[in-house]
Design a protein around this ligand. Sequence first.
Ligand SMILES: Nc1ncnc2c1ncn2[C@@H]1O[C@H](COP(=O)(O)OP(=O)(O)OP(=O)(O)O)[C@@H](O)[C@H]1O
Ligand SMILES: NC(=O)c1ccc[n+]([C@@H]2O[C@H](COP(=O)(O)O)[C@@H](O)[C@H]2O)c1
Ligand SMILES: [Zn+2]
Length: 340
Amino acid sequence: MSKLDKEVSHEQSQAGLMEEKYGFQFDLEILSSAYWQHKGWYLAPAFCTWLRMAMEDPDRRTEVVLLACGSFNPITNMHLRLFELAKDYFHETGKYKVIKGIISPVGDAYKKKGLISANHRVTMAKLATKNSDWVEVDDWESCQSEWLETLKVLRYHHQKLLSAGVTNSLQDAGPITKLGRKRKQEPNSHEPIKKKNQSQAVKSVPQVKLLCGSDMLESFGIPNLWKLEDITEIVEKHGLVCISRAGNNVQKFIYESDILWRHKDNIHLVEEWIPNDISSTRIRRALRRGQSVRYLVPDGVRAYIERHGLYSADSEGSNAGVPLAPLQKHLPEPSQPLSS
Ligand SMILES: Nc1ncnc2c1ncn2[C@@H]1O[C@H](COP(=O)(O)OP(=O)(O)OP(=O)(O)O)[C@@H](O)[C@H]1O
Ligand SMILES: NC(=O)c1ccc[n+]([C@@H]2O[C@H](COP(=O)(O)O)[C@@H](O)[C@H]2O)c1
Ligand SMILES: [Zn+2]
């Protein structure tokens, strides 16, 4: 190792220690002044290289998995856009790295009017995402015989990542993370079980954030639809990213709710500046009327709908008069108002 390498390596380990103690911003400031005062200009190129490496180090960003829950009856181009918009938003903050998107179609037991079988909805979602290298469809929720609260779906996916993290960390027991640093703990970013001598090798588990449109966020205010403790855990432990949708005023909605206001830092609002109010309801309506849905849903989905003759007046009548599962499930409990 050359003298210069040794100097840089020493500064890097100092930076590691300082980050643990004070955080990223501070360590860079301290280091830069230390360099200019004590080392002199001859170290400038090495310092610049290190600084660039440190700034570009993707491990500094919190990893995020986006989970979208809904009927996807059928999946539309706008559902896919939600993921792109949320990913751009998180990357623009410089603090987060979106590593995966998950589409979780609701099970048949949800009993929403016009809901066709989960088999078809899952297949269409898979067709829609087949060209995406980061969004995938998970059928665990749709395979459950009973309807599941969204919080349980979030917990399931977080737990799954946690187990995968433990497995990975056991496999990677050897190497040490870049610069031998640990990441700061964030909500829902749990550290998997650590073994002695292995703490430096363990990566924290990504956060699972609920991705939704503003109508879903505003549905938190519908009496008996959501349990207050579920909403609290979603915004407190997981976090939410909400894409604007015509007709909603989420900022006001958050302002009027004490719970949402308290956790507003964990509620990411994304403005869609190229609004396109496609909805599955409108797609189904067009299909019933024999109108084209081309360019509104992916071509593979359109072909699948045609091939299987999906979405007719008959299918729209399914579950008519049947209470929505969450309303049925939560009705006996005394309702607590979200707003106060
Ligand atoms: N055009 C859109 N803009 C923003 N969010 C949307 C849009 N379309 C759907 N979403 C969001 O996608 C998620 C899944 O929605 P869902 O399956 O209910 O689709 P939808 O188009 O709202 O269907 P439906 O008309 O049957 O209610 C929800 O969080 C919803 O808010
Ligand atoms: N209490 C809850 O957890 C709760 C209540 C209502 C809807 N949801 C979910 O929100 C989504 C709403 O989808 P739709 O907009 O298609 O009805 C579904 O995934 C549904 O399971 C969850
Ligand atoms: Zn909807």
